[in-house]
Design a protein around this ligand. Structure first.
Ligand code: CAA
Length: 259
């Protein structure tokens, strides 16, 4: 397995990949090296048939404190536009298997945006989410204005982007940004437990469920429902559907083939 300078990657039992952001000196600020390594690690996870679900986490203090301000500070419009800076992050969102963000401490700017690129967020009670780019004279650039608005609605997203105010874990759960809040000491274990559960599900059904929920984010309702229906119909061509429903009728656990 590849090794990285800014990440720790472990394969856990049960088909779970744990990816830990590891730039403690910069509170896991996301520079070009982190981007390249994270995309490589996500693609390796996605391509490995023994792996079913990934967990992305940071440190106790920071999931990630943003895009790397020191890397961006000297850049001009021409540099940013010419290089299509941040465009590589779209590749991180293209894994077909689920990635859970386990967030403790600061998830700010690009850190909040990276958490939102994952399929869902489990938050420690210490988590703080924010889009403070306005305080640097800029705005979100990794999808935050779009994903935050869809996650928490216009009022909260607009207030957070315009003032840079942080949201704590309890508010993030009320607003629907995170699926659950967990005591910080238990965060990673709980995320691995959930990931193990997902990795044990029928692999094609996992991909189909991820794809159809994402369609709700990316399409209008009518198109989204149609997309869901076609994928749902398609799952009836799999052996795992036969096995799953037969196992229910026979009152036993199903076993999955990924076919
Ligand atoms: N980029 C680069 N370095 C960063 C960083 C970032 N986003 N966030 C923190 N660091 C560095 C600090 O510069 C500091 O380094 P030095 O020791 O070399 O000075 C180190 O990490 C520790 O940080 P602090 O001393 O500031 O720690 P703190 O506990 O006092 O404060 C904090 C923590 C409130 C998170 C503070 O670090 C902070 O405000 N960070 C910046 C948050 C931010 O503005 N994020 C948005 C970035 S822009 C963006 O993300 C654009 C986008 O849309 C993608």
């Amino acid at each position: 397995m590849a090794t990285y300078e800014t990440l720790l990657v472990e394969r856990r039992e049960g088909g779970v990949t744990l990816i830990t952001l590891n730039r403690p000196q910069a509170l896991n600020a996301l520079n070009n090296q982190v981007l390249g390594e994270l995309v490589a690690a996500a693609q390796a996870f996605d391509a490995d048939p023994s792996q079913g679900c990934a967990v992305l986490t940071g440190s106790e203090k920071a999931f990630a404190a943003g895009a790397d301000i020191k890397e961006m500070q000297p850049q001009s419009f021409g540099d940013m536009y010419g290089d299509n800076y941040f465009a590589g992050w779209e590749m991180f969102t293209r894994t077909r298997k689920p990635v859970i963000a386990a967030v403790a401490g600061f998830a700010l700017g690009g850190g909040c945006e990276l958490a939102m690129m994952c399929d869902f967020i489990l938050a420690a009670d210490t988590a703080k989410f924010g889009q403070p780019e306005i305080k640097l004279g800029v705005a979100p650039g990794m999808g935050g204005s779009q994903r935050l608005t869809r996650a928490v609605g216009k009022a909260k997203a607009m207030e957070m982007c315009l003032t840079g105010r942080f949201m704590d874990a309890a508010e993030a759960e009320r607003a629907g940004l995170v699926s659950r809040v967990i005591p910080a000491a238990e965060l990673v274990d709980e995320a691995i437990k959930v990931a193990t559960q997902i990795a044990g599900m029928a692999p094609l059904a996992v991909k189909a469920n991820k794809e159809m929920v994402n369609a709700a984010f990316e399409t209008m309702l009518g198109q989204g429902v149609q997309f869901e229906r076609r994928l749902f119909h398609g799952l009836f061509g799999t052996e795992d559907q036969k096995e799953g429903m037969t196992a229910f009728v026979e009152k036993r656990q199903g076993t999955w083939k990924g076919k």
